[in-house]
Ligand binder design. Sequence first.
Ligand SMILES: Nc1ncnc2c1ncn2[C@@H]1O[C@H](COP(=O)(O)OP(=O)(O)O)[C@@H](O)[C@H]1O
Ligand SMILES: [Mg+2]
Length: 269
Amino acid sequence: MKKTVLEVKNLFKSYDGKRNVLENISLEFKEGELVSVIGSSGAGKSTFLRCLNKMITPSSGDILFNDESLMKAGKKDIKKIRAKIGMIFQHYNIVKQLTTIENVLHGKLGQMSSLKGLLGLYTESDKKEAFELLKELGLKGHEYKKCGNLSGGQKQRVGIARALIQNPNLILCDEPIASLDPQSAKVIMDILKDITEKKGITCIANLHQVDVAMKYSDRVIGLKNGKILFNGPPSKLTKEIIHEIYGAKNGELIVDETDSLDTSNKVVA
Ligand SMILES: Nc1ncnc2c1ncn2[C@@H]1O[C@H](COP(=O)(O)OP(=O)(O)O)[C@@H](O)[C@H]1O
Ligand SMILES: [Mg+2]
């Protein structure tokens, strides 16, 4: 039986104290699982992901990371927990003026004292690791390029290297491929899959594309209006459930412009 890395218990979130954006979410995530969260815009995917490392404070409920409660954790404990949780964003969140290697090393900041971090006092082994990760992710030769000059797919790979250098147990990905062309998106999803399988890291990814979610995930979670509508393997995610998750009117899907609702099980390309 694989270890539970993250447990979400009766999670509620309301921004205004009136409407629940997340309502009674209870979920478990195992070591090495690749789980995608799907749902239309406004379903609560980003709020959910940001609650998982307490970037957003839940209204009630609890989140246990390696059995430690985030709700009970003090500031120092949260810093320690966050050091073991990597994050990947739609717009990469890299510093464009800095080099690739510098951006990767930023992932080490959570484990360093503020002063050392401020002075950029990375160890030789940190630097070696950063080079190694960039090589693994196909970015050898780009180490000293300014990140602003890289392509979108390359920037996202820098984002992944920055997360991996934290040596995380969990990586949270908020729309990691939403800004990428299909080929770059495939590269990124292949890398995420590889990370979960070979390094045993748990990945939770918010995805717009149902076909991508189905192709790559061990498990899919469907959110609608902050509630879980589906939680199971891709093989159990039927067209009817997909319609329900995205909302259907007179048998027609209500599509928002950023949603790709291709439900065929084909490769993104
Ligand atoms: N900082 C915020 N303050 C108030 N409401 C917010 C905030 N962030 C998100 N919301 C609202 O919460 C709901 C869920 O948003 P979000 O988590 O971004 O969904 P998704 O990522 O699925 O598009 C939406 O109705 C959104 O308007
Ligand atoms: Mg979002």
